[in-house]
Design a protein around this ligand. Sequence first.
Ligand SMILES: COc1ccccc1NC(=O)N[C@H](C(=O)N(CC(=O)NO)CC1CCCC1)C(C)(C)C
Ligand SMILES: [Zn+2]
Length: 185
Amino acid sequence: MITMEDIVKEGHDVLKQKADEVSLPPSKEDQDTLAQMLEYVKNSQDEKLADKFNLRPGVGLAAPQIGLSKRMIAVHFTDFNEREYSYGLFNPKIMSHSVEETYLPDGEGCLSVDREVPGIVPRYARITVKATTLEGEEVKLRLKGYAAIVLQHEIDHLNGVMFYDHINQQSPLTPPANAISAEEI
Ligand SMILES: COc1ccccc1NC(=O)N[C@H](C(=O)N(CC(=O)NO)CC1CCCC1)C(C)(C)C
Ligand SMILES: [Zn+2]
């Protein structure tokens, strides 16, 4: 199983690279890895398992974070409207997005970053993501607010982008103009 020891920390080259497309249909190995990534995210949110295996509770994980430069992400979370999302995705791609931006008022963190980095992270408020699921079906996800933020954070990892790369250094704590907090969408 994947544990914190497997999670690569910032500074490691793999987190700065553009990850490779996964050839579909996925190999048994790629499928197994993505299933393990989804297991990690689910396990990390289970109090007992998180304590037992010392897992930092997470809502998403990208393959580069376990040292694998492949376009695979796993997400498991409930958004502010209590909607549940649980996916292992191959080759996720943002097909379109709103001009309007959103953000988390408390900023973002990252399982690969062991420090607080204060600052608002502007994200597209609405995105449409195309991907192939762990089960092999092609999906088109229309996401907004928190769900849009999580997917953008994970897809960024596939392009070597960290959340703090988006923070406005001049005024890190100022929400971008015409942006709406993710808690209001
Ligand atoms: C509802 O909130 C939770 C419920 C259960 C566990 C964690 C959270 N909230 C989080 O934002 N969790 C963050 C997270 O998992 N990530 C994932 C990550 O680092 N992926 O690479 C960072 C988030 C910041 C915004 C979107 C993902 C960490 C880095 C703070 C652990
Ligand atoms: Zn991250």
